[in-house]
Structure formats: structure tokens, C-alpha cells
Design a protein around this ligand. Structure first.
Ligand code: NAD
Ligand code: TYD
Length: 341
């Protein structure tokens, strides 16, 4: 492994992964291949922009010719695929791009890797492919995939195609299924950066339904370390869950966040719930632990660290929130907030 194509590397987790890998492996070259959708942002990669081992290619993973050109030009041997449409609420409003990028795009990458004989394709997946998990159980990697939102269904479809390429063609693949990531450079449509930036502006925090849904909030760099480990030590054809093993109700996350920012709980506003909202995700992480990984941050530490980053980095999020985001926010929350009184 030497020349890694990081698709979706200008997004939240992808950019953190690129920064982490360039720092950790002085002999690796990283080529970011990204369409720069609303969620892609070169500001995320500013801190490595002068690094000669980093290259950026603007392109769509659905474009087979452009993907093959990038692989040949940079002698790519490994693909790590972060590229996807990633927000559940947007997938409910319009699933089209989710199917195109996350399903067809993943197929294009697998096919390119097969044709060009790459050493590895690593697919970044999510705990959401397992669907809602009842209390008292945690998902293991061999569980059936029962996705319930268009986002989760698009990710599960990619997982199935990755597995098919392993079984049918012997393509060297690995896969990781992460829980909710938080940290620097997360587009402020996701709950933690949305709530942190709203709180900093004294705006209401729209909590869906009763706020008692459970998620495993993990620090993004912990997730990146686990992906790195699976890339180097994971077994081909296998999936690995990556989480904290520590689930938390959304309302608890909100309390910790408000306290970290010294803001009042009066900002909390319960609004109409998300349709088909999964109540609980919970990952059994024994398999990745057995490879020698463990999270460095508790969920609480991750939330506090993240809240402070948004407090200290207004340069990054203010321009996002003043752009296309405004129309999205109005469409997603305008009526809900008005109805919540
Ligand atoms: P993000 O939305 O911040 O970034 C996605 C990136 O993909 C953007 O840079 C975007 O420009 C790029 N992209 C979108 N469509 C593309 C296309 N057709 N061609 C090339 N690039 C394209 O997403 P994220 O939160 O960083 O998530 C990255 C990956 O991790 C996704 O596959 C997601 O499903 C998975 N994941 C995310 C989380 C989470 O909590 N955020 C948890 C588990 C798994
Ligand atoms: P989100 O960050 O969208 O991640 P996901 O749905 O993919 O897990 O949401 C995390 C949790 O926060 C989820 O239970 C939905 C909830 N949520 C709200 O209560 N209000 C919001 O405005 C958003 C975006 C999410």
C-alpha cells in the first residue's frame, strides 16, 4: 500500500482520515477524489494543502472513465471509499442522489479495482445498515442488514455489492461499519454540529420527538484509527463494527453539549419526529477490539471536544451556514419549529 485514493476525502470523516494518514505514514501518497457536493469542502483539507504527498482530483465516483484515469495517473493501489450522500433527513426529502452515488458509485469503484487489479478496496459503511436495534442487543457483523431509511438502504446495498465482488471475483475488500461520528469539519446538518452552532447563536435546538433515541457518538479520529487498523490488519472479505460500545440518549448528548458551551437548556425545542426514525443503534465491537483497537474518547469527552472545536472555529462554519444551508434549514425545520410554538 502506497498510493491511496480517498474517495469523498473532502467530506467530514474523509478529510480527518486524510490528515491522520499523511501524518502517520510519511511514505504514503494520498489522492483525494471528490465531487465537491454541498458536503465537500476544501477548507477541511487546508492544513495539508501544501503537503506534496497530497493531491486533489475533482470528480464523480459514478464517472467510470474519470475514476480509471485518476487510478492510472497516480498509480493508485488502494481505494478507501467515503464518498456517499450521508444525511438521513435529506434522503427522506429526495433519495435520488443516494442511490446514484452510494450504490452505483460504489459499483463503479469496485469494477475499476477489478479491471485494474488494485490491492484493496475498503468500504466505509455504517451501523445504520442493521436498522433499529431493540434494547438489550448489540449488532454483530454477521447480522442481517435491515436498513429502514433511504440513506441506510443505499449504504446496505453497497455493502452487499462489496461482498459480492469478494465472493465472485476474489476482489480484496474490507469494510467498516461505524457509529455516529463527531468532531472537526462535520457539515452542520448533522445533529451535534447543528446544535453546537445553533446554541452558539442562541437559536433553538430542534430535538426530534421525545429525544430519547439512542446513538453511539464517537470521536472521528478514533474511527480513523480503527479504519487504518483494518486496512493494515483486517481480514479480506470481512466487515468490522467501529463504535464505543456506549450508547447515549439524544437528550443526554444535548445536556452535555449545552453545558460545554455554557448555554441554557431553554434552547431545547421538541419538534415533529423524523419519519421511520430508528430508536436505537448499538454495536458489538468485540471484533475490532480483538485486532487491538479501543476508542480513546468516551462519548462525553467526544461531545465536549467537538463543542469546543465549533466554538473556536467560526471561520469554518459561518460561511457554510450562510450559504445553501439556509434554504435547507428552512425546508427541514421552518414548519416544525413554527408548530412547536
Ligand atoms: P460527508 O457528507 O461529510 O462527505 C461526503 C463526501 O463525499 C463529500 O466530500 C462529498 O463531496 C463527496 N461525494 C458525494 N458524492 C460524491 C460522488 N458522487 N463522487 C465523489 N464524491 C462524492 O460524509 P461523512 O459524514 O464524512 O461520511 C463519510 C462516509 O462515512 C459515508 O460513506 C458515510 O455513509 C459513512 N459514515 C458516516 C458516519 C457519520 O457519523 N458521519 C458514520 C458511519 C459511517
Ligand atoms: P444525525 O446526526 O442526523 O445522525 P443519524 O440520524 O444518521 O444517526 O442524527 C442523530 C440523532 O439526532 C438522531 O436520533 C436524530 C436526532 N436529530 C434531532 O433530534 N434533531 C435534528 O435536528 C437532527 C439533525 C437529528
Amino acid at each position: 500500500m502506497k498510493n491511496i485514493l480517498v474517495t469523498g476525502g473532502a467530506g467530514f470523516i474523509g478529510s480527518n482520515f486524510v490528515i491522520y494518514m499523511l501524518d502517520k505514514y510519511p511514505d504514503y501518497n494520498i489522492i483525494v477524489y471528490d465531487k465537491l457536493t454541498y458536503a465537500g469542502n476544501l477548507d477541511n483539507l487546508l492544513e495539508v494543502s501544501d503537503e506534496p504527498r497530497y493531491r486533489f482530483v475533482k470528480g464523480d465516483i459514478c464517472d467510470a472513465t474519470a475514476v480509471a484515469d485518476a487510478i492510472k495517473k497516480y498509480a493508485v493501489d488502494t481505494i478507501v471509499n467515503f464518498a456517499a450522500e450521508t444525511h438521513v433527513d435529506r434522503s427522506i426529502m429526495d433519495p435520488d442522489a443516494f442511490v446514484k452515488t452510494s450504490v452505483y458509485g460504489a459499483y463503479v469503484l469496485l469494477e475499476a479495482a477489478r479491471e485494474l487489479g488494485l490491492e484493496r478496496v475498503h468500504q466505509i459503511s455504517t451501523d445504520e445498515v442493521y436498522g433499529h436495534i431493540p434494547a438489550g442487543y448489540s449488532s454483530v457483523e454477521t447480522d442481517p442488514l435491515v436498513p429502514r431509511s433511504p440513506y441506510a438502504a443505499s449504504k446496505a446495498s453497497a455493502d452487499l455489492m462489496v461482498n459480492a465482488y469478494f465472493v465472485t471475483y476474489g476482489l480484496p475488500v474490507t469494510m467498516t461499519r461505524g457509529s455516529n461520528n463527531i468532531g472537526p469539519y462535520q457539515y452542520p446538518e448533522k445533529v451535534v454540529p447543528l446544535f453546537a452552532t445553533n446554541a452558539l447563536d442562541g437559536e433553538p435546538l430542534p430535538v426530534y420527538g421525545d429525544g430519547r433515541q439512542m446513538r453511539e457518538y464517537q470521536y472521528v479520529i478514533d474511527h480513523c484509527e480503527a479504519i487504518d487498523l483494518v486496512l493494515h490488519r483486517g481480514k479480506l472479505g470481512e466487515a468490522y463494527n467501529i463504535g464505543t460500545g456506549e450508547e447515549m440518549e439524544n437528550l443526554t448528548m444535548v445536556e452535555i453539549l449545552l453545558q460545554a458551551l455554557d448555554k441554557s437548556p431553554d434552547l431545547i425545542r421538541h419538534v415533529a419526529d423524523r419519519p421511520g426514525h430508528d430508536r436505537r443503534y448499538s454495536l458489538d465491537i468485540s471484533k475490532i477490539r480483538a485486532l487491538g483497537w479501543q476508542p480513546r474518547h468516551t462519548a462525553e469527552e467526544a461531545i465536549i471536544k467537538t463543542a469546543h472545536w465549533y466554538k473556536d472555529n467560526e471561520w469554518w462554519w459561518r460561511k457554510i451556514k450562510s450559504g445553501e444551508f439556509k434554504a435547507y434549514y428552512q425546508a427541514q425545520y421552518g414548519k416544525r419549529l413554527a408548530e412547536s410554538g
